[in-house]
Design a protein around this ligand. Sequence first.
Ligand code: 4AD
Ligand code: MG
Length: 430
Amino acid sequence: MPNIYVSEASAYVDQETTIRGWLYNKRSSGKIQFLLVRDGTGIIQAVIFKPEVPAEVFQHGEELTQESSLVVTGTVRKDDRAPGGYELLVKDLQIVQIAQDYPIAPKEHGVGFLMEHRHLWLRSSRQHAVLRVRAQVIKACRDYLDQQGFLLVDAPILTPAACEGTSTLFETDYFGEKAYLSQSGQLYNEAAAMAFGKVYCFGPTFRAEKSKTRRHLMEFWMIEPEAAYYTFEDLIQLEESFVSYIVQSVVAQCREELAILERDTSPLANVQPPFPRITYDQALDILHQHGKEINWGDDFGGDEETLLAEQFPKPVFVTHYPARCKAFYMQPDPDRPQVVLASDLLAPEGYGEIIGGSQRIHDLALLERRIAENNLPREAFEWYLDLRRYGSVPHSGFGMGIERVVAWICGIDHLREVIPFPRMLYRIYP
Ligand code: 4AD
Ligand code: MG
């Protein structure tokens, strides 16, 4: 008997096969039991008909509880009424383990309870759908950049200095010296770009964000392309084609998952280049027209981003931010040095910033000045300054938060559901 996966059932019609999995749910009526068996690739209905099996097989079926593990053998039948279109007519059934009192019953539970049981919650079909979309997003990111000739160069996680400001650093002891968990691979990416031209890094990044919002995690995954000789305009065009490719790839590859999530995909169909662009100053005008009291030089928060994004049917770029609300490494606009060649990409439907990017300062003296103005420890940045001493060129890059993008594509409110084990303010279990 071949062992098969549920996803392969269509290739085994009328053949006897074995499926190894877990009981998702069951119902019975008299002489017949319907077991919903999941194996990670899908769910198939296994039908036990009492007159056709040995007594103990029927008995095993009765003993099975939700999430018990089992090995079931039977003949695959095509049946349009069955969930998934195929069913298994059971000949044999072995119990691997009986699950006693599985805590997540097929009823409503509060999010706190589900988070506490995240290790089990991952087995539900909704969580399956979300994490499959996540895997597709990551695959699409990598496929796109690989096809465009970007080389994957990994950045370290343990670092001696800040990249995105000192207020959100996780500090750790490194054999008697202070070290920090990486907030972004960017600075190392810049070194890699000077070595390889077009590069990207992908990995977990860490922010000790003391705010408890639905858009912030302490540990999130970021994909960061960086390219030598890329201008700010090159950067924006890369971002819009990258994001469009990812969204269209998920829409095409994850139809079933998006259906399980009841995601209306019509707004996603819009996500094609070019994306609208507004400057920070234009954004400020829009915010003022909507009664927001915000001064030139202030950064935008989640509410402002939502309001701005609502004005457009596609993701929108906000460009030319005041230098003082952005990071130390951003290139000033040559025509107006108080703003920087930076852009945030805001997703529609209230999802806010999904990408932050900029052209980088390539002039040594200017970068030295910025490091000093930001009170950053110069010694820790000597290697970074070397990149401006030895063959410095204009270059640009961006970082995209995987969870923000997955939440947007799935239409899920809170980032905690789009990463397998979220690290949130006040929660590090399980
Ligand atoms: O805008 P950020 O802070 O940019 C950087 O870190 C740059 N060094 C990236 C680069 O240019 N290579 O972060 C980039 C993206 C944000 O747009 C957002 O999508 C995500 O990372 N992000 C978070 N996602 C979840 N939780 C958090 N706490 C996040 N902080 C940023
Ligand atoms: Mg940002």
